[in-house]
Design a protein around this ligand. Structure first.
Ligand SMILES: [Zn+2]
Ligand SMILES: [Zn+2]
Length: 344
């Protein structure tokens, strides 16, 4: 497929889509009902539908009996951990293998023309982004993911959380599922914005930002101070009438769903004419520029509200530079005032 029909490639080989990123059509003005109706299936298909499918698989087939989950056991913990690690190895490892190791699509639709494995760097364990990111995902974030999961199951198994059944509360639970991706964006924005506060960034979030050119294993490559609260979003379901399937939908949207922002490609070629949209661009720009796009794709466009939205266009670039310049000026003025000299 000719990716230059959909974007441009610069001298370094980096590809930029023709269409700047836009928030969800519900926020477009003038409001266009046709666009909104067309967008609703896209909201679920295929990524959120996949997270719902894995949520159902876990709750209906894979998790231990509710009776055994009434108490915390290492046996259940390690079983659930193994499931999560296996799921990640298949899912993230699948993208890594096909698009980064075999390079099936080469650099077509790839934002950054470089592949991390071709560029060893001292910031990573063993100088390798892939090994570093893989190890942090499997041995740091996944154990915390499993802590969140087993405590969530423990609370449901002991009826400490209000568990309403689908048969009687299907309308409410459908509403919860519909709203969950939007809540995820708000939760992620708040947590992410917080860990960009300089001191927290230095100690916690910089680990994730080591990957300036993110690849699938970068998704959950996090410091525990980020990985644990990030996965703990699923605990929100314990605070209102919900259901383990809905809680798992959130848990898996955070866990498996983190891959979307780190795929590095705009689209994947499925057949000669069909592509799969990655939804990676907005978060790719965050890894590239650091101080833009703290939230997600724009289901709830908080970045627009706070002036940190970057859609990939030259105009957005100028706005970002202007914001950085003003910030620098402010900082300089503060330093001068502190030093006892009049600010100029
Ligand atoms: Zn990221
Ligand atoms: Zn960040």
């Amino acid at each position: 497929m000719d990716d230059l029909l959909h974007g441009t490639r610069d001298k370094r080989g980096n590809w930029t889509p023709n269409d700047p990123a836009r928030p969800a059509p519900i926020w477009h003005r003038p409001f266009n009902l046709k666009k909104v109706l067309k967008w609703i299936p896209e909201y679920f298909w295929p990524w959120n539908a996949f997270h719902m499918a894995t949520a159902l698989l876990w709750v209906l087939v894979l998790i231990p009996s509710w009776e055994s989950l009434q108490s915390l056991s290492w046996e259940n913990y390690f079983y659930l951990y193994a499931l999560n690690a296996f799921g990640l190895i298949v899912f993230l490892g699948g993208f890594e293998l096909v698009y980064y190791v075999k390079r099936k699509q080469e650099t077509r639709f790839k934002y950054n023309s470089k592949f991390p494995s071709d560029h060893p760097s001292d910031v990573f364990w063993f100088k390798s982004q892939n090994i570093d990111n893989f190890m942090r995902t499997i041995f740091v974030t996944t154990p915390f993911w499993t802590v969140v999961e087993i405590i969530m199951l423990w609370a449901y198994a002991n009826s400490w959380a209000v568990w309403v059944p689908w048969t009687t509360h299907w309308a409410w639970l459908t509403f919860v599922v519909f709203l969950s991706p939007a809540i995820h964006e708000v939760y992620f924005f708040c947590l992410h914005r917080l860990i960009h506060v300089p001191i927290l960034y230095k100690w916690i979030h910089s680990v994730h930002h080591n990957s300036i050119n993110p690849s699938p294993w970068s998704s959950l490559s996090m410091h525990p101070g980020e990985g644990f609260p990030y996965m703990a979003e699923a605990w929100l379901h314990l605070l209102f009438p919900s259901n383990p399937v809905c809680a798992y939908f959130t848990l898996h949207s955070s866990g498996f769903g983190a891959v979307n922002g780190h795929l590095g490609f705009e689209k994947f070629e499925i057949t000669k004419t069909t592509t799969l949209k990655s939804h990676a661009y907005v978060h790719y720009l965050h890894h590239k520029y650091f101080e833009v796009n703290y939230g997600g794709d724009g289901v709830i466009p908080l970045d627009m509200l706070f002036g940190t939205w970057h859609d990939g266009s030259k105009e957005a670039d100028e706005r970002m530079k202007e914001r950085f310049r003003k910030k620098k000026e402010k900082l300089r003025a503060k330093q001068v005032t502190k030093a006892g000299k009049p600010a100029t």
